[in-house]
Design a protein around this ligand. Structure first.
Ligand code: FAD
Length: 404
């Protein structure tokens, strides 16, 4: 089955594992706000002052992961028995994610680690794997990545070619992956691959590959348009031998598991889109109120005032929609189709707002010393990863019964 068909396959409500991941629902907004203040201070002290250097180095130091781990900022939603704090999912999915963006740490690969990759291990890993690996994902000793995309299989994941062949108590993996966030540094990689003897239509499985496994080659750190401090890598798997117990869940169920995790993953990106749009809007408005052209501020020319008003509408609509989805997710509603709408809408909206905010800056917006320059560049990826806008529209159309 193709990815898009599976993406709209009915999923029974919001399933048990999602409920588990949500954690305690009794947390108050005040507690979340208090946590936000603590994390904001951490970002101001440990991240923002180093952003320029990390962007230049194309890497975030490992030390930051350990510092975040020591403070409980990595996978805080995991139950205490696995090293987490057992708190509400919004601590990481919303608060940490937003505050990293507000503090210019867009490229710190923590949200992908905490809210996209690690949940697979928690939901589908054997108890032995979970006991051994999850505590390290909380301390920062182990960084997690998820490797789905291949050079010839991005949107159409069903055509992926990485193979895992059973050999006694092991699987032997061969293939290649590209665009893998945290790929150069990851200690735990969730790899989507095909097991040849799986049932027809159930060919994709997810297998954990640990970073020091012989045959795992981190072939290339990719040079990107933006997100410079984040590593995005090409990986090769050359006869990578892993214990059969590294298979996540059941053989051939990989696609189902991916669909089950999509709401959370796309919500994570939707939060990023909204937070970045808000930052772009703030930068555009601030500049346009100060810079004078033809005797008055840029913002006070009616054309620009209307443009700013349109940006404000976009940002406000986005915030309202996003908050309703986060609330729905926490309440256990099935938000899968709506989250595709949010990913499509917010992924395009942030790009519209970033474009206009930069335009309001004139030539200064194109200069690295202005914050909008980097925001604009980094925002561009948001309508692409975790499913492109076009794929989101395909999913939405199919949920409406349209055959495409
Ligand atoms: C910064 C960054 C980080 C990433 N991190 C990860 C990661 O950690 N792990 C991972 O596995 N992947 C990651 N990706 C990969 C990302 O998920 C893919 O790039 C994305 O899914 C699109 O796949 P593709 O690049 O192969 O484009 P393609 O699938 O080749 O698409 C090309 C174009 O065709 C359009 N298209 C495709 N199918 C259709 C259709 N049926 N109808 C109409 N239009 C269509 C697409 O929307 C797009 O515009 C990352 C990508 C980026 C840029």
């Amino acid at each position: 089955m193709r990815q898009a068909e599976l993406a709209v396959a009915p999923i029974a409500g919001n399933t048990a594992y999602q409920r588990e991941e949500v954690g305690s629902l009794s947390v108050s907004d005040q507690e979340l706000d208090d946590f936000r203040k603590v994390f904001r201070k951490f970002v101001a002290r440990e991240i923002t002052p180093h952003v320029e250097e990390w962007e230049h180095n194309r890497a975030v130091p490992r030390e930051l992961w350990r510092k975040m781990g020591a403070q409980g900022f990595l996978c805080p939603w995991l139950p205490e028995e696995y090293g987490g704090l057992g708190v509400d999912i919004r601590y990481s999915l919303v608060v940490i994610n937003e505050e990293l963006i507000r503090g210019d740490g867009f490229g710190v690969g923590v949200p992908l680690h905490s809210d996209v990759a690690t949940p697979y291990l928690y939901s589908y890993g054997t108890e032995e794997l979970k006991q051994r690996l999850l505590p390290k994902t909380c301390t920062g000793e182990a960084i997690c990545a998820i490797a789905l995309t291949e050079p010839d299989a991005g949107s159409d994941l069903a055509s992926l070619r990485t193979k895992a062949v059973r050999d006694g108590d092991h699987y032997i993996i061969n293939g290649s992956k590209t665009f893998i966030t945290n790929g150069m540094v990851a200690d735990i990689i969730i790899v989507a691959c095909k097991i040849p003897d799986a049932m027809p239509g159930k060919s994709i499985s997810l297998i954990v590959v640990e970073g020091d496994t012989p045959g795992l080659v981190r072939s290339r750190k990719l040079e990107k348009m933006g997100y410079h401090m984040q590593d995005t890598a090409e990986l090769a798997f050359q006869d990578v031998r892993v214990p059969a117990s590294n298979l996540l869940g059941e053989k051939g169920m990989g696609f189902k598991y991916m669909m089950e995790k999509l709401a959370r993953e796309r919500l994570e990106v939707a939060v990023k889109c909204q937070a970045m749009a808000e930052e772009c809007f703030k930068e555009g408005l601030k500049y346009a109120q100060v810079r004078e052209v033809f005797g008055k501020p840029v913002a006070n020319h009616q054309y620009n005032a209307f443009k700013i008003a349109e940006m404000a509408i976009d940002v406000e609509m986005g915030r309202t929609f996003l908050n309703s989805l986060v609330d729905g997710f926490v309440r256990g509603e099935n938000i899968n189709t709506k989250v595709s709408m949010a990913k499509a809408f917010l992924g395009e909206m942030v790009n519209r707002v970033a474009y206009q905010a930069l335009q309001l800056h004139g030539g200064y917006g194109y200069m690295e010393e202005y914050r909008i320059c980097r925001l604009f560049r980094d925002a561009r990826s948001l309508s692409i990863f975790a499913g492109t806008t076009e794929i989101m529209k395909l999913i939405i159309a199919r949920s409406l019964g349209i055959t495409v």
